[in-house]
Design a protein around this ligand. Structure first.
Ligand SMILES: Nc1ncnc2c1ncn2[C@@H]1O[C@H](COP(=O)(O)OP(=O)(O)OP(=O)(O)O)[C@@H](O)[C@H]1O
Ligand SMILES: [Mg+2]
Length: 423
């Protein structure tokens, strides 16, 4: 096992286009690191440079203490699972998993021992004599995984390994991968498009945009304290709403209505800007009709015209179209296009309690948890209200939860005490 250190990594393809642009990233020994970003942002390129399948234009790639820029892939001792993994159809599951060991001329009884152990870990023991064609998608995926983890590699690299599976299998495999990684404690870099995978699997997540690293942090940090508009909009589904606002003392005048920014720290961060973008996550809205007075007083109420509603059982989405100044609208539209969401109109998406009986086509009173709003500079996209103290706190929480998860994977579940069992 080893740490992976990237120092100012640049990759230019033949046409001079920088697919990866000055990326510096430390993946700690045993860490589970997620790489996310829109299509074409350089995720696969970065992964292929770690494994050695792609030359590095400039910068240094270290595995452990050693610079590996010129080291052949085979000598890096890394295991990679590709998006379109291919199993050998004429070989049994056993031989598919054993393949890397056979290549390395591992003695037969060692091969049997390692394959057996891997198969147990992945619950493939009863399928070892079968051929891949006769397996389900999830089983095949596990065989591909088995082939990767059967070797004692320094790190695992995954390039969207679950993207061929249906939603249910993805969910199952996701939990399996998480368990496996924590049990084995092997440094892992995992590329995904999938919001849920990004938020649930990793110790930390690195967000790339057009080859440039935007932010690296725990999933909670990215969600609660994003550094800029791009990260704020990319992480979370439905996306954060960005409302243009003109600043009037401590008040923000938005297309949804006027509300007060009561937080001194945030007001100071706004400074003398006349226009800002206010970021509010969908879940920080509520149907005012459902709230007690004291709760209402903690936020702000706006009246808005609801266009469409979607009742999802556990919550209700309401769409609130609004008019905004043309220059900001264009900017928001570019951002949304880049985030692959490509909204056709400027609208806020709000997630309300499923008990709400808001009707489409009517005016509604919406409550905004305005204390949770984040303020962005419209020209640079920088989050002006990122709270460094909260970031430090979130770091601590993430470290604790990581240790707890690792410990839970190592220890067997505690046996029930007799007196508890009687209850
Ligand atoms: N062999 C190549 N030659 C030239 N350009 C390339 C090559 N491979 C990738 N690129 C370019 O480099 C950029 C990054 O590509 P990459 O495959 O790393 O993106 P990605 O983030 O993995 O995207 P996706 O999510 O679609 O898989 C893209 O703009 C792509 O067009
Ligand atoms: Mg890719």
């Amino acid at each position: 096992m080893a740490a992976i250190t990237m120092k100012n990594i640049v990759k230019k393809y033949g046409d001079g286009f920088p697919a990866v642009n000055d990326v510096s990233l430390d993946v700690r020994d045993g860490e589970f690191m997620i790489l996310v970003g829109p299509s074409g942002c350089g995720k696969s390129t970065l992964l292929r440079m770690i494994v050695g399948l792609e030359d590095i234009t400039s910068g240094d790639m270290l595995i452990g203490e050693k610079v590996v820029n010129k080291v052949a892939p085979r000598e890096r001792n890394l295991s990679m699972v590709f998006q379109n993994y291919a199993l050998y159809p004429h070989l049994t599951v056993f031989e598919n998993i054993a393949f890397p060991l056979r290549l390395a001329k591992t003695p037969g009884d060692e091969v049997r021992r390692r394959v057996k152990q891997t198969a147990e870990l992945l619950e493939l023991t009863e399928h070892l004599d079968r051929k891949p064609a006769n397996l389900s998608g999830g089983q095949r995926q596990r065989v591909a995984m088995g082939r990767a983890i059967v070797r004692q590699a320094n790190a695992f690299l995954f390039d969207e390994p679950l993207s061929n599976l249906d939603a249910k299998l993805r969910g199952q495999m996701r939990t399996e991968i998480s368990r496996l990684q924590r049990r084995l404690g092997v440094t892992t870099v995992y590329v995904t498009h999938d919001q849920t995978e990004a938020m649930t699997l990793g110790d930390r997540v690195a967000v790339l945009r057009k080859g440039v690293l935007q932010q690296v942090g725990s999933p909670r940090e990215l969600y609660e304290e994003p550094v800029n508009l791009f990260v704020a909009g990319f992480i979370g589904s439905p996306s954060m709403n960005f409302l243009p606002a003109s600043v009037d003392g401590s008040f923000l005048e938005t297309p949804l209505g006027r509300f007060e920014l009561r937080d001194e720290r945030k007001l100071a961060a706004v400074g003398d800007r006349e226009v800002v973008l206010v970021g509010i996550r969908p879940e920080h809205f509520e149907d005012a009709a459902l709230l007690a007075e004291d709760k209402k007083a903690q936020g702000s109420i706006v009246r808005a015209h609801v266009d469409v509603t979607e009742w999802l059982g556990n919550e209700l989405y309401a769409y609130v179209p609004y008019e905004a100044p043309a220059d900001l609208t264009a900017q928001l539209r570019d951002l949304s296009r880049e985030l692959d969401s490509d909204q056709l109109r400027t609208q806020a998406v709000v997630a309300l309690d499923a008990a709400s009986d808001l009707k489409p086509g009517r005016e509604a009173e919406l409550w905004i948890d305005s204390g949770r709003a984040q303020i962005f500079d419209p020209s640079t996209g920088e989050n002006l209200t990122r709270d460094e103290e909260r970031v430090a706190e979130l770091d601590r929480i993430a470290a604790e939860s990581r240790d707890a998860q690792r410990a839970a994977q190592r220890e067997p579940a505690p046996a029930k005490q007799p007196e508890q069992a009687e209850e």
